[in-house]
Design a protein around this ligand. Structure first.
Ligand code: ADP
Ligand code: ZN
Length: 438
């Protein structure tokens, strides 16, 4: 480990495009061989006449079948295992709110590679073994817990498994242990800041904080800037999903110009969700990922339902791993209100531009007299609920700004700070109470 190097794995991080193509081709062939042991894939390969030798370039991945979340549910729990269960050492499972939960299996090597990915990301944003890393995300089945734990330990940092919630305890740890870096969901960090304020703790003076990894839920650039300004730290976007192992799949470098997706570990495609054909760079589509290293449960062309676009394939940081835009949301997060398509992130982006507003908000969709309506409740940054004229004019301005963005006029309600629910995990931003789901 050369602590002065900007790269933890220079042999992979600084590959040229040609080298990435070569490596991906070899690793895709290996993945196909591994998948051939899974009846689900073996059957599809047979039907489609696919052999590992047919893969000559990474683009040949397009000859392969897609895998969907439904496929994972249908084969629950172990139907997609490519190795005997005795070779697996851990599983993670998703919440399963709609139907069967999904299960992801890991071998020892899978866990080791996963830790490498996370360590690489944390190194990329300047963390080194002398940093103190506090992981304030949920542990257990949620991959943000153990995923960051093992990655941070792999890098060699003193790692504090603080887990989610209990802000007073978090603040005590930050101060007592000299925490320099935190991983958490962005919605939690804004809450943590409010508690610091209540406690008279100034993160700039009273802590050593300098770096945040924020992710696991969609958030806007405005939200990131807000978090950075609150704490006086750099906040880097971290993308992951259990199906791809967990956090570590994509991460921003210090340029903060999009998420580098690690192409030695995944083949990245952006497709039109209707036609499933690739979209040109710069156009928004569904992110589709193929694992290249995973042993226990390799997945081919997994349809993530996350919407994003390619920003570039080079970067001043020296890494040529594809850069993707921050996620716009999942296709299933999209609200259709009176025929207009709206993503929660569009609302957030506007709300964050008002310094009078705090960061917690809730969107409720209702049917009133056969009309579908959207109510946006947002907390005020400070208390001036007795100043009606000021409240009224702010409400009007927020409403107008939202209308310009979403082309519909929502009902805006400004509520006192701390009055909306805060979840310990991913924030719940939308409650749909409409009579007829669209
Ligand atoms: P679940 O599928 O139960 O939500 P995961 O933890 O696997 O569990 O969630 C992965 C999903 O979380 C991604 O598919 C994506 O929608 C979202 N996500 C993760 N990281 C980010 C991020 N940095 N920005 C936006 N969305 C993210
Ligand atoms: Zn970069």
């Amino acid at each position: 480990m050369d602590v002065k190097s900007p790269y933890l794995h220079p042999e992979y991080e600084t590959l040229s495009r040609e080298e990435i193509n070569k490596l991906q081709t070899e690793r895709l062939q290996e993945t196909i061989k591994r998948c051939a042991k899974v009846p689900f894939y073996a059957q599809k390969f047979k039907e489609m006449g696919i052999k590992a030798e047919d893969i000559k370039t990474p683009e040949d991945v397009r000859k392969l079948p897609f895998t969907t979340k439904q496929d994972l549910r249908d084969t629950y729990p172990f139907g997609l295992a490519a190795v005997p269960l005795t070779d697996c050492v851990r599983l993670h499972s998703s919440s399963g709110t709609t139907g069967n939960p999904t299960v992801i299996l890991h071998t020892k090597n899978d866990l080791d590679e996963w830790a490498n990915q996370v360590a690489r990301n944390l190194w990329m944003v300047g963390l080194r073994p002398d940093d103190v890393f506090q992981n304030s995300s949920g542990y257990g089945m949620f991959t943000g817990g153990l995923g960051f734990q093992y990655g941070a330990e792999k890098l060699g940092m003193l790692t504090v498994p603080a887990a989610a919630g209990n802000s007073l305890r978090q603040i005590k740890f930050i101060k007592d242990f000299g925490t320099t870096a935190i991983h958490a969901v962005p919605s939690y960090l804004t809450r943590l800041y409010e508690v610091m304020q209540e406690q008279g703790v100034d993160p700039r003076k009273d802590t050593k904080l300098k770096t945040f990894a924020i992710g696991a839920e969609p958030h806007s650039e405005e939200q990131r800037k807000r978090i950075e300004n609150m704490f006086g730290v750099k906040a880097y976007n971290s993308f992951g999903m259990s199906e791809m192992c967990g956090p570590g799949v994509g991460f921003e470098c210090q340029e903060q110009n999009g998420l580098h997706f690690w192409e030695d570990y995944y083949i990245v495609e952006i497709v039109d969700p209707e036609t499933l054909e690739p979209v040109p760079d710069g156009e928004i589509g569904e992110l589709v990922l193929t694992t290249l290293r995973r042993e226990a449960m390799p997945l081919i062309r997994y349809r993530t339902r996350d919407l994003t676009r390619v920003l570039g394939r080079t970067c001043p940081c020296g890494r040529n791993h594809v850069r993707l835009d921050r996620m716009k949301g999942r296709s299933d997060d999209m609200m259709v209100l009176r025929g207009v398509n709206i993503f929660p992130i569009q609302i957030e982006k506007i709300l964050m531009t008002f310094p009078e507003l705090a960061s917690n908000y809730l969107i409720t969709l209702t049917t009133d007299d056969d009309n579908d309506n959207m109510t946006v409740e947002v907390e005020l940054a400070e208390m001036f609920t007795d100043d009606y004229a000021r409240l009224q004019s702010l409400t009007k301005n927020v409403c107008r700004a939202l209308k310009d963005e979403i082309l519909l006029t929502p009902i805006v309600k400004l509520v006192p700070k701390g009055s909306l629910p805060v979840s310990e995990g991913k924030a719940v931003r939308v409650v749909d109470k409409r009579k007829v789901y669209q």
